[in-house]
Design a protein around this ligand. Sequence first.
Ligand code: 13P
Ligand code: SF4
Length: 305
Amino acid sequence: MTVNEMQERIRALKTEKNVCVLAHSYQGREITEVADFRGDSYQLSVMAAKTDAETVIMCGVRFMAETVKILSPGKTVYLANPTAGCPMAEQMDRELIEGVKAQFPDYTVVCYINTTAELKTVCDVCVTSSCAVKVCSKIDNKNILFIPDCNLGKFVAGQLPEKNFKLLQGGCPVHAAITVRDVETAKNAHPGALLLVHPECVPAVAAAADYVGSTSGIMDFARKSEAKEFIIGTENSIAEHLQYDRPDKRFYTLSKKMVCENMKATTLPDLLNCLEGRGGEEITLDPDTLKKARHCIDEMIRLSE
Ligand code: 13P
Ligand code: SF4
């Protein structure tokens, strides 16, 4: 089967079975082309809450499929490739955070959406990279315990000096691996290009950037900017999507290291197999987890509107 034939089969099955396919922007082109919606973590959560389809297939990583299930517990939700997990989401568990909470009882616990559903049950509010500053600014408490990404936490804390942030040592292995040396190498190779980076990068890399924002923030900035050349400091698929969207501009990757093996685990055949009932994993969460984890996602949507 060719890529085109497989995409046609997928489109036909989606209609026949009333299935909505959601794809994170880090997915490959062949998948985003057949998805009903492509977006960043925040946009995917909003779409998950809105879709009328009875079944949703997530082409992304496990915490994203869990978020869909939490927001739409009556729907059947699949993760297209069950091996696609986010290493950051596994860094901190419920027991660890319950212990930290006991030490800091007067702190509001803010968790990045890149956490397990189980961990969300003991957190107060959730954030994504695109709404973290806004949500934290609206929290009615000066003291914020921000988990698990300390780089995103430092970025948000830098925007909100009136708040008192406590951070733990977690983060994204893909973004945190980028060094100032990588930035110098990329800038030397493309001296006229603007540098756009994700806030999961270390503060020294973010400080060298012309723009810091979520995947959608980076894409919007690059599309609207008058500039013609950009170095993209997030997962390398974003540079590729931008190059398709704006062939008149040039997009360079900040480093060849910026590949998330987990985001790249899902293939077009995985999506087809899931639609045909011989692949993927149905996400199930117990009622107590669904109820408690939903509270912090609902709070995120309420505070970010
Ligand atoms: P956003 O899509 O919120 O920018 O997050 C990036 C990411 O690393 C998702 O895993
Ligand atoms: Fe997790 Fe980083 Fe991959 Fe996003 S890019 S899924 S945060 S490991």
